[in-house]
Design a protein around this ligand. Structure first.
Ligand code: SAM
Ligand code: MD0
Ligand code: SF4
Length: 350
């Protein structure tokens, strides 16, 4: 039953809703291995042995929101930090020098950064843009439509804003007091203003197979150039702290199906879920980007794993490169990455 679908997918004939749902029922290790192998080959066909790397700068952990899954929700009484523009510029420069292909500027929805027409945030983007030559991704949360031309003009190339789920009821349980359509509009507005966009979902939050299939299809329709899935990691001090932490199986399966449904899009393997240990299984499931590369000893946090593998240097580019090269991957150059972005910008996400 699975064989015919995998064959169709590997020939690039696309996957319908039923195919997606059927693949998501897979459980047998032998079947899953075939799924991963097919996804890996499809990735290779479109991107060769190349893998690209994104540096991660979580520059403010203050947040006005109260997402139930997030360690940084406003209701959690934790220590927080906010980096100055100079610090963000220095960190971004170091990441560029270390060899990453992009710098991802991420923050909680920090009211100070968003005050006065996002003045502080825009100042940071501008300063980073003039200090580094690699593309910039911005992940600042949800804002009004009028902010997008300003972000674009300041130098942001990408806008990342994850829906988490495309089931409205589940969304309202995850992103408390937030509007589903407003969040979805972020990506549409970013696109309209010439930015590339990323959408993402979490697994392990009570989603059904149909929810996941819906997400894969809707991400396809919105045309985001990068799509992701991450396993939910329970966080201390949050309403979901007692939830069961799932293994990596669902994430890998969803990632592979995403690769088959969206062969030419960028799909990240995040170091933020399982650290370096989780990298190769994700690459083997069809990912072609490594995200959440964080320099050690800079007092920077991850999102889902605030410390894991950071100060030990295991999330540094040197170590990631070693691990990937042993697996037969090649680190994509900046020229290759920018060529890819130009092509995607022109042709749209396929
Ligand atoms: N504050 C901005 C926002 O929420 O869009 C930017 C931060 S965004 C990069 C945080 C993302 O990390 C969430 O959208 C979610 O997908 C992921 N995340 C946060 N907490 C997580 C957790 N506990 N487990 C897994 N993923 C998590
Ligand atoms: C990651 N911790 O890639 C980052 C984050 C935000 N654009 C990305 C979730 O894993
Ligand atoms: Fe804030 Fe983002 Fe965490 Fe939600 S996911 S609480 S918006 S940092």
């Amino acid at each position: 039953m699975y064989g015919a679908i995998l064959e169709r997918a590997s020939e690039g004939r696309g996957l319908g809703r039923e195919d997606i749902e059927t693949l998501l029922t897979m459980n047998d290790p032998g079947d899953l291995n075939k799924l991963f192998e097919t996804a890996y080959n499809v990735k290779k066909e479109h991107f060769g042995d190349k893998v690209f790397t994104y540096g991660f700068v979580y520059f403010s952990t203050f947040c006005r929101n109260n997402c139930s899954f997030c360690y940084y929700r406003r209701g959690n009484g934790i220590d927080r930090y906010r980096k100055s523009a100079e610090e963000v510029v220095a960190l971004s420069g170091d990441l560029q020098d270390s060899g990453v292909n992009l710098v991802d500027l991420t923050m909680g929805e920090d009211p100070k950064m968003h005050a006065d027409g996002h003045a502080r945030l825009i100042d940071i983007i501008k300063k980073v843009d003039s200090a580094v030559s690699i593309p910039i991704m911005l992940s600042p949360g949800a804002v009004s439509e009028s902010a997008f031309p300003l972000f674009r003009e300041a130098g942001a190339d990408w806008y990342a804003c994850y829906q988490e789920t495309h089931n409205r009821r589940l969304f309202s349980e995850m992103r408390l007091e937030q509007d589903y359509d407003h969040r979805s509009d972020q990506r549409a507005w970013a696109k309209k203003n010439g930015m590339l966009t990323e959408d993402g979902i979490m697994v392990g939050i009570g989603e059904t197979r149909t929810d996941v299939a819906d997400s894969i299809i809707q991400m396809g329709r919105q045309g985001c150039e990068q799509v992701r899935v991450m396993t939910f990691v329970p966080q201390q001090g949050t309403p979901m702290s007692e939830s069961l932490r799932k293994g990596r199986e669902d994430e890998l399966k969803v990632m592979a199906v995403m690769r088959l449904a969206h062969p030419r899009r960028l799909i990240p393997a995040s170091l933020d879920v399982e650290g370096i240990e989780g990298l190769i299984p994700r690459i083997r499931a069809g990912a072609n980007i490594v995200t959440s590369i964080v320099p050690p000893h800079m007092h920077l946090a991850g999102v889902a794993q605030k410390e894991l593998d950071i100060d030990s240097g295991l999330r540094s580019i040197d170590h990631v490169t070693d691990v990937l090269e042993k697996e037969g991957c090649r680190m994509g150059s900046n020229t290759e990455y920018e060529g890819l972005l130009r092509k995607m910008g022109k042709e749209g996400a396929a």
